[in-house]
Write a protein that binds this ligand. Structure first.
Ligand code: F55
Length: 849
């Protein structure tokens, strides 16, 4: 404890402890020093990569100083006074997420510390342009899509709002694969991103030994109590790697702790090594390291692979050990645990943390079952991100039995207690027990992780209003009866305005600041409403429009370089970027594009003159094993090939598939949209978050009544969004009708023509796309593409007309931006803090140095 350190040592430490740079000179001194000594480069061989590295290391030092102080401040009640062990406070919020889709860190660090201008000036003296330096950094792509990016936005908000919070995940050696498009097909390239990562700090002294396999032995302890001993397992060591998470405009710098797996001490077989069996001797080591080797690239399908379960347990067990170790230092009673720690489960991926904490409490800490279980339930909150049945995690009982024998016993005991509780409360409803049991009585039996997560948490939330209502009436209906409705709540998703406005669209951010008298809106996004006063201001409108145009020019340049396609920046930019999935319906979009192409081909030259030129931009990755999604990508590329080379069409229609969509590409793409597409089958997209990003950047939305589109409509007004399609309450009947409708299934003639065109080979071998067409014609059109097609193309027509009136369009976009305050992830985090975590901010200490 700090107070116990003798004065002379403190003085020596103080004298030499590093200060944060705050002037251009100091920044340059640090950067040059890092380039020369840390990187061993000189003036003569300092390229952009080295300049990036030097700048990043200078900023890293700055963050680390604040980071160290934050961690100390959050740990000790008052570092000035003698601190008793019992004053130790904990980092209350632990965000367990298998994914944090962080993107780049340097720009974020510069903006959050408010030092970007000084640094840009500094590197310019050294002969570099800041944007070139920024683009040297590789994305930290430790996530698939919305779920992982949400976790990253939450970290930014937690730090910016001074909440003591740690993120916990895995240090994957390979992030999400890089996507290349070769001959129109997706090809996956491994993303080895760690060869230079200045943002991480290996903590070789922070390790946890994690057990797998083995057996459970019952024994009687001295007091005559039955205890379970899990033994003879295999041990793998978890090593912590920490990354600083700076808040915006605050010294609070939180921690993202990533666990890396390595062979436990003593695992390396020296006997084998010495006798020349090198391969065998390193096999164990490799097996251990495999656990944290790769991020699973599925965004909606759980494939039940043993390695994935190992990842989940490895990460949960290491994180809980870490949390418990810190709690135990406080010497507080266990009943205090839920007051000191809140653990949020990002989807069901960390659900094993529930039986793991119960195991620690009963097997290691000697608590009674009921006392332990009450602590567990009060500690956890569970966020659900999907109602799609194929995405709900289930693990086979034999697999868990094999890998985690003690946890399986505990899961069965949790289930027993739960079912007894249900039976007592619903004695007449015998079917209920089978329906809500954690164990599905299938062959083999399966553990339903979502049910375990609900039962082991005190709050369950969905991520947008419709979604939170849907989970209560569908997948968790019985649980609402069992626990009452208050256990279930909604926290509508949000996005961080720092990255998704200030960083991605600096000119718009600056324009807003000039009208609102500063950048306060980046900390309180509701202040945007004041922009509405400028909706008729000529100068403001002009600049707003010029910014949008400049952003479109920037994207057009990127498209030229990346796709060798020339697009006219004055065209309407229509963008759909997100993971490729049938439920997100990129197929509806591309069928609409083909329809548009056919209509253009029908027109006379005279008629074509009246047409609103459009660029249809697609981007997104398909899970490597998801054939239908890959077929959609192929079709988009084939259609692009044909349309872009049709001289008759020219600028009237261009189609672009942008390769390797990721966070840093999103920062270029999103500010350049006129329209973005959020067109999921109603009831399938839990929230969506890119919809919020697009509107915040002055684009409008074409969307279904799904997820957060509904709340965006409430905020911006019905006149400022283009909604279409069937409603979620009608989806079930429509699906039914595809199979049983009395007068058969009649396809919209325009869609029929699209299919005929594809089948005629206009876009290459028709057989390539037959699965896509047959899923609609033969297999019940589960995603209701045919049902929504007409409404979709009619709405696109309305968009063309609306865009034709540029003044009205501009009014719509400005009005919408000014009404987006609700969708800040700051609002979202405040709601979690209040309704789920019961945690207060810890303000950073004034700098006394
Ligand atoms: C990743 C792995 C698995 Cl096993 C399953 C799902 C995912 C995943 O990436 N899900 C995901 O991104 N879900 C999305 O979460 C967003 C944040 O809440 C929502 O906005 C979006 O609607 C939802 O699809």
């Amino acid at each position: 404890v700090e107070a116990s350190i003798p004065e002379p040592q403190r003085a020596a430490w103080k004298k030499f402890s590093k200060k944060e740079f705050s002037t251009k000179d100091e920044f340059q001194a640090e950067t040059v020093q890092h380039i020369e000594t840390t990187l061993a480069r000189s003036l003569f061989n300092c390229d952009e990569a080295a300049a990036y590295s030097g700048t990043a290391l200078a900023f890293r030092d700055r963050l680390v100083i604040a980071w160290n102080k934050t961690q100390q401040n959050q740990t000790f009640a008052d570092p000035k006074q003698k601190v008793h062990e019992s004053d130790v406070k904990l980092n209350k919020v632990a965000d367990l997420s298998l994914e944090f889709l962080m993107g780049r860190a340097l720009d974020n660090a510069m903006l959050n510390t408010g030092m970007k201008d000084i640094a840009a000036d500094g590197v310019s003296d050294l002969g570099f342009r800041m944007e070139d330096i920024i683009s040297q950094e590789r994305d930290a792509a430790l996530g698939n899509g919305g779920l992982g990016r949400l976790a990253a936005c939450f970290l930014d908000s937690l730090a910016s709002l001074n909440y003591p919070a740690w993120g916990y995940a895995l240090r994957y050696r390979y992030g999400i694969f890089k996507q290349e498009i070769i001959d129109g097909y997706q090809v996956e390239i491994p993303d080895y991103w760690l060869d230079f990562n200045p943002w991480e700090f290996p903590r070789h002294d922070v390790t946890v030994d994690i057990q797998f396999y083995g057996n459970v032995r019952k024994e009687t302890d001295e007091s005559g109590k039955q205890v379970s001993v899990w033994e003879n397992g295999e041990i793998v060591t978890a090593v912590a790697y920490d990354a600083p998470i700076p808040g915006y405009g605050t010294k609070t710098t939180n921690n993202l702790r990533l666990w890396s797996s390595k062979a436990a001490q003593g695992e390396f077989d020296f006997t084998k090594f010495n006798s020349g069996e090198y391969e065998a001797s390193v096999a164990d080591q490799q097996r251990a390291e495999t656990i944290s080797a790769v991020l699973y690239p599925n965004d909606s399908l759980e494939r039940g692979k043993e390695l994935r379960l190992k990842q989940q347990y490895f990460w949960c067990a290491a994180s809980l050990f870490d949390i418990v170790r810190r709690f135990k230092k406080s010497k507080k009673a266990w009943t205090e645990f839920p007051n000191q720690v809140a653990i949020q489960l990002n989807d069901t991926h960390p659900t094993l943390a529930i039986p793991e904490l119960q195991r620690i409490l009963i097997d290691q800490e000697g608590l009674e079952w009921d006392e332990a279980w009450s602590i567990v339930q009060q500690t956890f909150g569970y966020t659900n991100h999907t109602v799609l049945p194929e995405a709900l995690e289930k693990w086979s009982v034999p697999l868990i039995q094999h890998l985690l024998p003690r946890h399986l016993q505990i899961i069965y005991d949790i289930n027993l207690h739960f079912l007894q509780f249900v039976e007592r409360n619903f004695p007449k409803d015998r079917d209920m027990l089978g329906r809500v049991s954690i164990i599905e009585e299938s062959q083999p039996k399966m553990v339903r992780m979502a049910y375990l997560a609900v039962i082991g948490s005190h709050k369950v939330n969905g991520v947008a209003e419709l979604h939170s209502d849907l989970i209560k009436t569908t997948i968790f209906k019985d649980f609402v009866r069992i626990y009452g409705p208050d256990k279930f709540t909604n926290v509508t998703n949000g996005i961080t305005p720092r990255r998704w406005l200030h960083q991605a669209n600096p000119r718009l951010s600056q324009l807003i600041a000039s009208k609102l008298g500063g950048y306060e809106f980046l900390k309180d996004l509701t202040l945007l409403h004041k922009l509405e006063a400028y909706v008729d201001d000529k100068e403001f409108r002009k600049e707003f429009q010029a910014i949008k145009h400049a952003n479109k020019v920037r994207l057009a340049e990127y498209i030229k370089t990346a796709n060798k396609v020339t697009v006219n920046p004055s065209s309407l930019f229509d963008i759909q970027v997100k993971r490729i999935h049938e439920y997100k319906r990129q197929q509806l979009n591309i069928f609409g594009v083909i329809h548009r192409y056919l209509e253009l081909k029908d027109m006379s030259a005279e008629e074509r003159k009246k047409v609103q030129p459009r660029v249809s931009i697609f981007g997104g990755k398909a899970a490597p094993g998801y054939w239908m999604a890959k077929t959609i990508i192929h079709l988009v590329n084939q259609v692009a090939q044909v349309i872009n080379n049709d001289a008759e069409i020219g600028d009237l229609l261009k189609v672009v598939f942008l390769e390797d969509y990721n966070v840093s590409k999103a920062e270029i793409i999103i500010p350049a949209s006129d329209i973005s597409e959020h067109i999921s089958t109603a009831g399938t997209e839990a929230s969506g978050t890119s919809n919020m990003k697009f509107v915040l950047n002055g684009g409008l939305v074409i969307g279904t009544c799904d997820g957060a589109n509904i709340e965006i409509t409430r905020e911006v007004g019905e006149d400022n969004i283009f909604l279409f399609g069937n409603l979620s309450e009608d989806v079930e009947d429509l699906r039914h009708a595809h199979f049983y409708s009395a007068d058969g299934f009649r396809l919209d003639p325009a869609l029929q023509r699209v299919f005929d065109t594809i089948k005629s080979g206009t876009f290459g071998d028709a057989n390539s796309f037959s699965a896509l067409i047959n899923s609609i014609l033969e297999h019940g059109d589960y995603y209701l593409v045919s049902d929504d097609f007409k409404s979709y193309v009619d709405t696109q027509k309305l968009i063309d007309e609306a865009y034709g009136n540029q003044e009205e369009w501009l009014t719509k976009t400005i009005t919408s931006v000014s009404r987006m305050g609700f969708f800040s992830s700051d609002r979202c985090i405040e709601e979690y803090a209040e309704a789920i975590w019961n945690v207060e901010p810890v303000l950073p200490k004034e700098d006394t140095a």
